[in-house]
Structure formats: structure tokens, C-alpha cells
Design a protein around this ligand. Structure first.
Ligand code: SF4
Ligand code: FES
Length: 241
């Protein structure tokens, strides 16, 4: 199947503005977009820049915008993004993060927000001799959060960050906070509260559901954000009353 890839290009040393470059490629319907991008790089244009590592949907490094939607290139089949009538595929870098080159963005701000919520177990109690045990039910509580691969797709698709508040903590950081707040072994609610309970913390979310729509791990992000908002209100009611 012949497809036309319209790929956003940008070299800060040569271009004032990003532009689109077309590549015509013979592909298989079951071929992954990442494989096609790698073939373009190897066979047609070694200057094409994009990130990838695991090629199996685990590292989160090849998130990009494909035909207007955030996707992992390694988990996107050609047949998923073309139709019988339209064989063109538009590939752009993630939104809301500064463009570095071609399909690569600077993820510094995204990871700063991630670190801000203290994404690690906080428990001042002395550890038991073996390990801090958890029941299967308690473990289930954090299943979704632990599956986040920090791909930044949700951060890119968030209309609040795009249009209203670029300093909003963002969906992924809240998911990471919730992953520890909901962990039966964690005691860090008070320590994480100032980061979440502030103007640019959890509250700017307006339930647009775009994050949930694009998350490649199927995490119910908006639902978790709302549940975390509720936990914060409850915690404050209990501690301030
Ligand atoms: S919550 Fe989903 S979309 Fe957001 S960073 Fe994690 S895996 Fe990616
Ligand atoms: S390359 Fe690792 S998630 Fe796609």
C-alpha cells in the first residue's frame, strides 16, 4: 500500500518556522508507523529526527501527533491511520512542549512537574524486616497509575495547557501523585498537598477528557483527577475541622 507521510520538519539552525515534508512510501497495512519512520531515515533522509527506544509501547519516548491525535508510533499500525480514500498520514511533534527539532520536543517542563509531586513512596515509619506488605485489593488500587509510561501524550492533548494555563501541573503528574496517594503503604498526603492544592496544581482541570482519549495505556485520567480532587477536599475538611 502506497502512503504519503507529511512530516513536520524543523531545524533551529536553518529554519525560521516548521514546515511539512512529504515522503511517499510503500508500506504494509500491518506495518508500524515507527518502522516506516525508521525506513525513511535509513533509506531516504538520515536527517529526520524523532525519539524512540523500546519499540514496544513501554518507554513512552515515541509519542507524536498522528493525523491530529497523540499516539505512540510503535503502537500505531499503518491501517489504523489511513482509509481507502485517504492514504496520507500527517505526523507532528507533541503539542504544548517546546519544539527542539523535527518530531522532538523538550520534555524538561513535563518532567519537572512530574518531580514536583514527589513520585516516590513516602513513609517515615521504620521499614519491617522483610517488606511493606500489601493485599491484592490494595495493589489493585494503584494498578492503573503504575502503568503510566510518562509519554506526555496527555500533557500534549490537554486543552487547559494548550489554551489557558501553560503552568497547569498536567494530567500525568496528577496520575503519578494519585499512584502514591492511593498506595496503602504511603504516608505522603500532607507533603504532596501543597503541590496539588494550589492555583496551578490539580484545580485547573475542567474535565475535557482529551487526556483520557489519547492515553495509550487506557488510564482513566479524568476520573482519577476528579477522585483525587475529592480526596483533597475530604482531607482538608478532616484536618482543618
Ligand atoms: S497518563 Fe497516559 S498519556 Fe499521560 S503520560 Fe501516562 S501513559 Fe502517557
Ligand atoms: S518506542 Fe518505546 S513506547 Fe514506543
Amino acid at each position: 500500500m502506497k502512503v504519503i507521510l507529511e512530516i513536520q520538519r524543523y531545524d533551529p539552525n536553518q529554519n525560521i518556522e516548521p514546515y511539512f515534508q512529504s515522503y511517499e512510501m510503500e508500506t504494509q497495512p500491518e506495518e508500524r508507523l515507527l518502522t516506516v519512520l525508521m525506513r525513511i531515515k535509513q533509506e531516504l533522509d538520515p536527517s529526520l529526527g524523532f525519539r524512540k527506544s523500546c519499540a514496544h509501547g513501554v518507554c513512552g519516548s515515541d509519542a507524536m501527533v498522528v493525523n491530529g491525535k497523540e499516539r505512540l508510533a510503535c503502537k500505531t499500525l499503518i491501517k489504523d491511520v489511513v482509509t481507502d480514500i485517504d492514504r496520507s498520514i500527517r505526523v507532528e511533534p507533541l503539542q504544548t512542549l517546546p519544539l527542539q527539532r523535527d518530531l522532538m520536543v523538550d520534555q524538561t517542563h513535563f518532567f519537572q512537574n512530574y518531580m514536583q509531586v514527589k513520585p516516590f513512596l513516602i513513609n517515615p515509619d521504620s521499614p519491617p524486616e522483610a517488606e511493606r506488605l500489601q493485599s491484592p485489593k490494595e495493589r489493585q488500587q494503584i494498578d492503573e497509575g503504575t502503568s503510566c509510561i510518562l509519554c506526555a501524550s496527555c500533557y500534549s492533548a490537554c486543552p487547559i495547557i494548550q489554551e489557558k494555563n501553560p503552568d497547569f501541573l498536567g494530567p500525568a503528574a496528577v496520575i503519578q501523585a494519585a499512584r502514591f496517594l492511593d498506595d496503602s503503604r504511603d504516608r505522603g498526603f500532607a507533603e504532596r498537598l501543597p503541590e496539588l492544592d494550589q492555583d496551578n496544581g490539580i484545580w485547573p482541570c475542567e474535565n475535557h477528557f482529551e487526556c483520557t482519549r489519547v492515553c495509550p495505556r487506557g488510564i482513566k485520567i479524568t476520573k482519577t483527577i476528579n477522585l483525587t480532587k475529592r480526596s483533597i477536599t475530604k482531607y482538608k475538611d478532616l484536618t482543618l475541622s
